[in-house]
Design a protein. Structure first.
Length: 334
């Protein structure tokens, strides 16, 4: 279950007068960060139905939106979801309208839904960001610079040719001066940081009234320039750039925790020992297992209850026998 990132327990606040929270005793009277959506009341999807729904006879998979964290029936997403193994995260229709910038990324990153698109005009809206007058002037200016640089490169090639005239020294001096001038222009030319989002928005992309489906690594390709980070903060979706917030990250963490719980402490201990220690430990374990089984079998045969004192007595006798065996073993070196 993918828990809500915008919710914490209400115990200890004004809703429960005499109940104190054991995790956060000094909790405020109101949890201002909580979002009590329909899920809080047991209703899901755009159909606002409970899950499982006793009146719904259509078998359908429910998918969670990574933005609003609501759960949706696959048939209520506006598009047929791809195969479950083809995508890792979903953004619902409402959140795509809220986070409209995602449509620019969807054209390059999103997994196509199982719907047939006849044309851009029939299935959605083609968006094209018009270039402003300042941008056009900047493009012309850059084109002029490129043309000038190309011209200077040709001149440099001419100067680079070996000269047999009497003015060879003068030509070399001019070449060195021109080369230094070009180098200064390259070093001093300021390079503005490139915004991935603006680059995508400058191209045609499709905007539809449907949910979108995303692969596992799509968040790492979102722009993190200063303007985009401000936009994420304004829309309250800063978590989209956090790779540890993904469903896949939570699943991997859960799998790792389960593997840790399934690990055998005895095998971990054996692996940390050398060969002699391993043999000694295995022998001791087998002796303990055999003697404890024989000891408990007497209680089973007699039909009596094993008490705490009986177990304590067994281990005291076992340790005593072990010490006697150790004392009888003498090692001599010749």
């Amino acid at each position: 279950v993918f828990l809500s990132r915008n919710f914490r327990c209400d115990c200890g606040n004004s809703k429960f007068k005499n109940l104190q929270c054991k995790l956060l005793p000094e909790k405020g009277k109101v949890n201002s960060g909580n979002k009590y959506n329909d899920n809080f009341y047991g209703l899901y999807c755009t159909c606002k139905r409970p899950y499982p729904d006793p009146e719904d006879e259509i078998p359908d998979e429910m998918i969670q939106c990574i933005v609003c964290e609501d759960w949706f029936h696959g048939r209520h997403l506006g598009a047929v979801p791809p195969e479950s193994g083809d995508f890792h995260e979903m953004v619902c229709q409402a959140c795509m309208n809220h986070c409209h910038f995602l449509w620019a990324y969807a054209s390059q990153l999103a997994v196509p839904a199982l719907t047939k698109v006849n044309s851009l005009e029939d299935e959605g809206i083609v968006l094209k960001v018009e270039e402003s007058e300042e941008q056009k002037k900047e493009i012309k200016k850059e084109s002029g610079v490129e043309h000038q640089e190309t011209k200077e490169e040709k001149q440099m090639e001419q100067f680079n040719e070996p000269s047999t005239s009497s003015g060879e020294v003068y030509v070399k001096r001019c070449y060195r001066a021109l080369n230094a001038l070009v180098l200064i222009q390259v070093v001093t030319k300021s390079e503005e940081p490139v915004c991935k989002l603006k680059e995508l928005q400058s191209k045609q992309f499709l905007k539809k009234d449907t949910a979108t489906f995303w692969p596992s690594n799509w968040r790492s390709k979102l722009c993190t320039c200063e303007d985009c980070l401000k936009m994420y903060s304004k829309l309250e979706v800063q978590f989209l750039t956090d790779e540890c917030d993904t469903v896949l990250a939570y699943e991997n963490k859960g799998t790792s925790d389960q593997e840790t719980e399934r690990r055998d402490p005895l095998m971990d201990t054996l692996n940390s020992m050398n060969r002699v220690q391993q043999v000694e430990l295995i022998c001791e374990y087998n002796d303990l297992k055999t003697e404890l089984t024989d000891y408990l079998r007497r209680f089973a045969d007699e039909g009596t209850v094993v008490k705490r004192e009986d177990i304590q007595h067994f281990f005291e006798e076992f340790q005593s026998r072990k010490r006697r065996r150790t004392n009888r073993m003498q090692y001599y070196c010749s």
